[in-house]
Ligand binder design. Structure first.
Ligand code: EPU
Length: 336
């Protein structure tokens, strides 16, 4: 079943709450819905708008937006220890985490409270507190727009990296993700090594699934603004990956600078939030936009801002970091 909107108001469909419109927006459930939609021809401009949590509209969208609304979570295999789960693209990611925690299934508890839909999780390989979606994703199901057929891609072919996947590159604009298959386990596998997680979990009585979920939720709530109250898209910037000698030079100059290993050899990952903070931009406000006062990676719409105002602030933040540290920080958010 599809539901179609013309000149759709996007303000309730993007977490920045910018007031733009889309010429056409279709909520879809199944691959057959997509087949019927594209049967009339592939529109010149189309894209998927899932939860709208990682997008900034700077103008009206003059094409077709597709929003998955299918809601099924289904166990496809259970050997008593490992449990395979197929999740429709339209399921809210955090509803899936709650579903898993209730059933005693480990694997995604550190990814609690990440806003957005399950179908979007593989696109930017969502991650938090030392875990990433790629740690559990086994397969991604998608509809190929050009061929009109379904395709299932194994994780090995998804080219997952830090906030990266094949869906942002070779498959961008060619497929619509319809479901994600993940593997969870009944064997406890607590990952408490990141930041305050261990302390917050201990304060709740130890490493149970429920305690980890609650600890992560509490940590996120202290740092990240609630999109219902303050428009934002989570981290606006990616943590920059630099050559090891650059990281070492900066570390000598700024000994308290956080430094993380990167997946690529010879590289290191810096904390963009720290760089922005130390460049003096944390809490900076300009008109209707600002840099969040508790997490400098997050840009916020203080009320009624346009996408253009957010971009102007983002450029200012990037310039401040470049001037202070000589490091480029790229945007994580999809800017349209
Ligand atoms: N920091 C500061 N000032 C700030 C922000 C951070 O000094 O304003 C320092 C922190 O003290 C810490 C380091 O920077 O030493 C890293 O900060 P944090 O642990 O908050 O994580 P992050 O690298 O800023 C990333 C993700 C978040 C995720 C957290 C926790 C990216 C772009 N962001 O942020 O993801 O929740 O780690 O794992 O990788 C998102 O993608 O939308 C998001 C919120």
């Amino acid at each position: 079943m599809t539901k179609e909107f013309q000149q759709a108001d996007l303000s309730g469909r993007n977490s920045f709450h910018v007031k733009q419109r889309a010429a056409r927006l279709v909520e879809f459930e199944t691959a057959d819905d997509l087949r019927a939609l594209f049967a009339a021809g592939i529109p010149d401009r189309w894209m998927v708008l899932a939860g709208g949590n990682n997008v900034l509209f700077t103008c009206d969208y003059d094409g077709l937006l597709l929003t998955p609304v299918s809601q099924k979570i289904e166990v496809t295999e259970d050997d008593g220890e490992r449990v395979r789960v197929r999740v429709d693209a339209g399921v809210e990611w955090d509803d899936l985490v709650e579903w898993a925690v209730r059933r005693g299934l480990w694997g995604i508890e550190n990814l609690s409270l990440i806003p957005g839909k399950a179908g979007a999780a593989p696109v930017q390989n969502i991650g938090a507190y030392g875990r990433e979606a790629k740690d559990v994703i086994e397969r991604v199901e998608m509809y190929c727009v050009e061929s009109g057929s379904m395709l299932t891609l194994d994780a090995a072919h998804c080219e997952f990296g830090y906030r990266e996947s094949v869906f942002k590159h070779a498959l961008k604009g060619r497929v619509v993700i319809t479901a994600v298959e993940i593997a969870l386990t009944r064997t406890p596998q607590p990952h408490l090594g990141y930041g305050d997680v261990e302390r917050e979990v201990a304060a709740r009585g130890g490493a149970t699934l429920r305690n980890i979920r609650e600890a992560i939720i509490a940590i996120r709530r202290t740092k990240l603004p609630d999109t219902a109250e303050l428009g934002n898209a989570g981290s606006f910037f990616k943590n920059p990956i630099v050559d090891q000698p650059v990281a070492e030079r900066l570390k000598t100059e700024w000994p308290d600078m956080p430094l993380y290993p990167a997946q690529e050899p010879g590289k290191a990952k810096l904390a963009a939030g720290w760089l922005i903070d130390k460049a003096g931009m944390k809490g900076y406000r300009e008109g209707r936009v600002g840099v969040h006062e508790r997490q400098a990676l997050v840009l916020v719409n203080l009320g009624g801002a346009t996408g253009g105002e957010v971009i102007a602030l983002a450029r200012k933040v990037q310039t401040a970091v470049r001037d202070r540290f000589g490091v480029e920080i790229d945007t994580e958010v999809n800017i349209l």
